[in-house]
Design a protein around this ligand. Sequence first.
Ligand SMILES: [Ca+2]
Length: 120
Amino acid sequence: MSLTVFIWNNFYILDCNQNFTGENGQIFSPGFPGRYPTNAYCLIRITAPTGRSVSLYFNQFYIERHSTCRFDYLEVHNGTRETNTTVSKLCGNTLPDPIFISTNQILLKFVTDSSVTHTG
Ligand SMILES: [Ca+2]
């Protein structure tokens, strides 16, 4: 998985658990461009300045496919807590449409189970 985020300062995230404040940058799943690990539980929080909003553009995407994404998935939350509203829960290998968040904070939660991995 590779996706681009536009907010303010540049950043580049290639690790599982990170908090970031910035203008724009790229986020990669662990191990990218190789396969992501099993049993991953990654929380990436991004905060833009107050009044700004966050947009996510996907460049590459391949997470184990399931009709309800019960095995591996990427969840996008509107806010930095897991209890904040889930905007989208994604898996499979169809490149997702861009996601536009109405607020300046998001949480990306990437979870994988104990078998079958792809490039994320
Ligand atoms: Ca899996």
